[in-house]
Design a protein around this ligand. Structure first.
Ligand code: NAD
Ligand code: MG
Length: 350
């Protein structure tokens, strides 16, 4: 069955006439949603903890900012863009008690609804607009007159208008310039977790890390190993994005292609691991493991962040990236990304 895809003409922004949208959180997704909706003419209020560093930042950008409970109390649509692991607690404490009757609840990822950590009462429409890209790109594309595609879903539709609200929200975000694909909370949550664990992050990151270690353990120079297992990856992924696996293969030498077909380390055993991980996603055991650890103060998560920020390729990576004149801005962004562990200091880039 072909997917249902909606575009600009399929949505009507007048859904938001006389209505207010609260955006909770002002991180990667939050800032993009708040600014894009505001620039599309929607009446937006940002909900943040009064102590949050983002309060001043959001105000500087001309947005109205209120404590979470107050923002919720005046909103007809509440988009929850907090980290997934904190959403349930904030929902119980500040959202549920302040939610107007019939106000719609929105998410950018299905995690909390799908696994039942948030259980809204039946009179609230519940929908999802999940951008298929990081928040900073969602904002950048909107400003350039384009949009990042989204997947959209409706979980509860007590009045029959949930899809109208969903598509209007996606349009105001700029996403219908690119397209919105219909999905469900279940499908989005399970495939999103699967992709990040097995391919996009857990898959690729581990391949790069291990590839680097195998080469350097065999006595090759780390600089050369870095080029071969990390630096060139982006160029191949760009080709893949443009024209799929076929274009990426077409652009490589016959030697590379032949080795790709015959000498890959990814085999049927990896497929079995993927299927095992998919089961753990489907039966909720991955979600439970993650949330239980977070609820306990995230000891395992923090230890893993520490451990992984020190893998061997990361000890040489900053020095190499700093050498690439074409890569200066990216190096600056990377420093910001690295600061979350405070481990990979700018000092190493010398
Ligand atoms: P983020 O970590 O970048 O930002 C979270 C925001 O919530 C910050 O402004 C933070 O100050 C605020 N916050 C944290 N705890 C809070 C609390 N207790 N009360 C009030 N505010 C609090 O998060 P993000 O990456 O934008 O993710 C938000 C949602 O978007 C998640 O559901 C995520 O799965 C989804 N999503 C993210 C991306 C992405 O690329 N980052 C892509 C698609 C979907
Ligand atoms: Mg994803």
């Amino acid at each position: 069955m072909a997917a249902t895809i909606w575009y600009e003409k399929d949505a009507d922004l007048s859904v938001f006439d006389g209505k207010k949208v609260a955006i909770l959180g002002y991180g990667s997704q939050g800032h993009a949603h708040a600014l894009n909706l505001r620039d599309s003419g929607v009446d937006v209020v940002v909900g943040l903890r009064p102590t949050s560093k983002s309060v001043e930042f959001a105000k500087e950008q001309g947005l109205e900012v209120k404590p979470v409970g107050e923002a919720v109390a005046e909103a007809d649509v509440v988009m929850i863009l907090l980290p997934d692991q904190y959403q349930a607690a904030v929902y119980k404490k500040d959202v549920e008690p302040n939610l107007k009757p019939g106000a719609a609840l929105a998410f950018a990822h299905g995690f909390n609804i799908h696994y039942g950590y948030i259980k809204p009462s039946e009179d609230h429409p519940v929908f999802m607009v999940a951008p298929k890209g990081p928040g900073h790109i969602v904002r950048r594309e909107y400003a350039a007159g384009r949009g990042v595609p989204v997947v959209v879903a409706v979980e509860q539709d007590p009045r029959g208008d949930a899809w109208d609200i969903t598509l209007a929200y996606a349009k105001a975000l700029g996403a219908l310039r690119a397209g919105a694909i219909k999905t469900t909370f279940t499908e989005e949550t399970e495939t999103d977790l699967f992709g990040e664990q097995n391919v996009l992050m857990g898959g690729v990151n581990k391949l790069v890390e291990m590839g680097f270690e195998v080469l350097t353990d065999a006595g090759y120079q780390p600089e050369i190993a870095y080029f071969e297992v990390c630096h060139e990856l982006k160029m191949l992924v760009d080709l893949m994005n443009e024209g799929g696996l076929n274009k990426a293969r077409w652009s490589c030498s016959d030697t590379a292609q032949y080795g790709d077909y015959t000498n890959t380390c990814i085999d049927e055993h990896v497929r079995e691991r993927m299927q095992y991980h998919l089961k753990r996603i489907q039966d909720g055991s991955f979600a439970k493991e993650f949330i239980d650890d977070q609820d306990a103060g995230a000891p395992k998560f923090k230890a893993l962040q520490e451990e992984y920020s020190n893998v061997r390729i990361e000890t040489v990576g900053p020095k190499l990236r700093a050498m690439f004149s074409w890569n200066k801005d990216a190096v600056k962004d990377a420093d910001e990304a690295n600061s979350f562990t405070g481990k990979i200091a700018r000092a190493q880039v010398q």
